[in-house]
Design a protein around this ligand. Structure first.
Ligand SMILES: [Zn+2]
Length: 579
């Protein structure tokens, strides 16, 4: 009898649970206010929203459009020659000369920082008042810290002797690199712990290799895709633990050496031909893993490793209990973030980095805790609506308060913002110090000026650049071996014009040394053209698309474009292939 009652109760609880789940899942479907598409808000996302105080509402736009909005606040792809607005000295900055914020050379900004303050006016909307204040507050000319001889860089940390490199960390002698931790390398994109590499893309622990994509631990190799623990290999894909393979065929050492001798990779013509060969190999021969997720549990997204409970996450490592994040590292409880690293509880923010905790609706803040609606703050705690502050606590609109005053006023402002429908919204697009076309988002989602205007992004006119050149690109020697002493001196003095990117470039002494050492061609284009060309090998569109496994026809989700269909594999088929 008791057993019967207990089982009846269990059945009842079971059906209540099912009913509850159905209701929740119906409740968690939202029509995107921008595209009209329906999207689902997962239980984990809603759990995080509840933790952050937003559990009673649902997001209004799809994660992809949240990424686009947040990414428009991340200055990218450009370095400008301009003046420091404090000292008048020439600087290389990520901001255009016409940037609405005063731009100060970072070291001056750290030393002399004392931005304007304002009282909060309860008769005005928050964002109107914030903008009136923010545009008076100096911001540092670039992101990054603790570098030596890295003037021509951005977002560079703990690095030495780097040049024309962006988003690099603990790197040395890195040129034309992006989001990497490398030594003595050129053209590295998303590469970690690699050395003496040229055009290594999304690679780990690689050495002395050229044009390697999605590889781990490869050495003395060239034009490899998705190979691991391979040495002396060329034009191979999906290989594991091999040596002397060419075109995935096992050769003897002498056969291999004869084969590669036909490819002189220090020649620009030969290198370009090899790149074409590689692209054909990618389309017609190689197999592609639908999602690149390693050593992770309960994760969706792409390009991630060592994550746990991470949904719709891209280009991230060691993160847990997070949803909708891009470029996150060593973090937990992140929701709707881009470029936020090493922290906990970050929500709806862009590039809030290092020792962050409770960073909400903020951008470009470093080592800050308990901040809301802040920008360009450094080592601050408990700040609300602040811009350009260094080492401050309990500030609202940059004005300091006592701890008690701070929390009382903050609560009143939040109530005021809720009434105006501002609370929970990210900054309007014009708060970005960079135009949309010079943002991370413009790479993935290029928009016309009128589309940008409609969406509230900051627009710009293209910079007018007259071609500057003293010599033609065709005059750059095909291989560095052709360079006599006299010709070297001539080359170092020339300016070349990259017509496709409409930018001038030069060849440096280091380029010549590097080309000789690695037996690779000299640069033949503007550095950013090369960075972006390499970066395109990591396809991403803000969400995964549905597809079918090329072997077993099982449904998959992937970032690979449709041109690779029939060669994109589900995880089981992929693991079987590389076993
Ligand atoms: Zn399959």
């Amino acid at each position: 009898m008791i057993i019967k009652e207990v089982s009846a109760q269990l059945v009842d609880i079971f059906f209540r649970k099912i009913f509850f789940c159905v209701i929740i899942s119906l409740m968690n479907k939202v029509k995107c206010a921008l595209s009209g598409e329906t999207f689902e808000v997962s239980d984990l996302e809603q759990e995080l929203r509840a933790k952050f105080g937003f559990g009673a509402s649902l997001p209004m736009i799809k994660p992809k459009y949240r990424f686009r909005q947040l990414g428009s606040f991340w200055p990218h792809w450009n370095l400008h020659s301009r003046k420091c607005d404090r000292t008048g000295k020439p600087i290389i900055s990520i901001f255009r000369p016409e940037c609405e914020y005063p731009v100060w050379q970072r070291s001056v900004w750290l030393e002399e920082n004392n931005p304007s303050q304002a009282d909060f006016d309860f008769t005005q909307p928050f964002f109107d008042q914030a903008w009136a204040l923010f545009k008076q507050c100096p911001i540092p000319h670039r992101t990054g810290n603790k570098n030596e001889n890295c003037e021509y860089t951005d977002d560079c940390w703990y690095s030495k002797n780097c040049y024309l490199a962006h988003s690099i960390y603990k790197s040395e002698d890195a040129q034309y690199c992006y989001r990497s931790l490398v030594r003595d390398s050129q053209g590295s994109i998303f590469s970690i712990n690699s050395e003496l590499c040229n055009d290594d893309i999304n690679c780990y622990d690689c050495f002395d290799s050229k044009y390697v994509l999605n590889c781990r631990k490869v050495q003395n190799s060239a034009f490899l895709y998705d190979c691991r623990n391979c040495t002396d290999c060329m034009f191979c894909f999906n290989l594991r633990n091999k040596q002397y393979c060419f075109g995935n065929k096992q050769l003897t050492q002498s056969e291999y050496e004869t084969k590669i001798a036909a490819w002189n990779l220090s020649s620009q013509k030969s290198y370009t031909k090899a790149k074409k060969f590689f692209a054909d190999m990618m389309t017609n021969l190689a197999f592609h893993r639908a999602q690149s997720i390693d050593k992770s549990e309960d994760c969706t997204g792409n390009y991630q490793s060592e994550n746990n409970k991470a949904e719709n996450i891209y280009f991230s490592q060691q993160i847990t209990d997070s949803v909708n994040a891009i470029r996150a590292y060593e973090s937990s409880h992140y929701l709707d973030t881009i470029g936020c690293t090493i922290g906990e509880r970050n929500y709806y923010s862009t590039t809030c980095q290092f020792s962050t905790y409770d960073n909400f609706f903020s951008f470009a803040c470093t080592e800050c805790q308990f901040i809301d609606y802040c920008a360009y703050c450094f080592q601050c705690e408990n700040c609300f609506g602040c811009c350009g502050l260094v080492g401050k606590k309990y500030c609202i609109f940059n004005k300091p308060y006592s701890e008690d005053e701070y929390f009382a006023l903050k609560d009143k402002i939040i109530a005021h913002m809720k009434q105006a429908g501002e609370w929970g919204q990210f900054f309007p697009g014009h708060f970005a110090p960079n135009p949309y076309n010079e943002s991370w988002s413009s790479f993935y989602w290029p928009l016309s000026n009128s589309e940008q205007e409609t969406l509230g992004f900051r627009t710009c006119e293209p910079l007018h650049r007259e071609p500057v050149k003293t010599a033609e690109i065709t005059e750059i020697p095909d291989t560095v071996d052709e360079l006599t002493e006299e010709r070297t001196e001539w080359l170092l003095q020339q300016i070349f014009w990259d017509e496709s990117y409409r930018r001038p470039f030069q060849i440096t002494k280091h380029d010549i040394t590097f080309a000789k050492k690695l037996k690779v061609p000299l640069p033949h284009s503007f550095y950013m053209a090369r960075i972006q060309e390499n970066f395109r090998w990591l396809p991403f569109d803000g969400e995964l698309r549905d597809g079918t496994c090329g072997k077993c026809q099982k449904s998959i989700q992937t970032s690979w474009p449709t041109k690779y269909d029939r060669r994109i594999l589900c995880e089981a088929c992929y693991l079987n292939l590389v076993a």
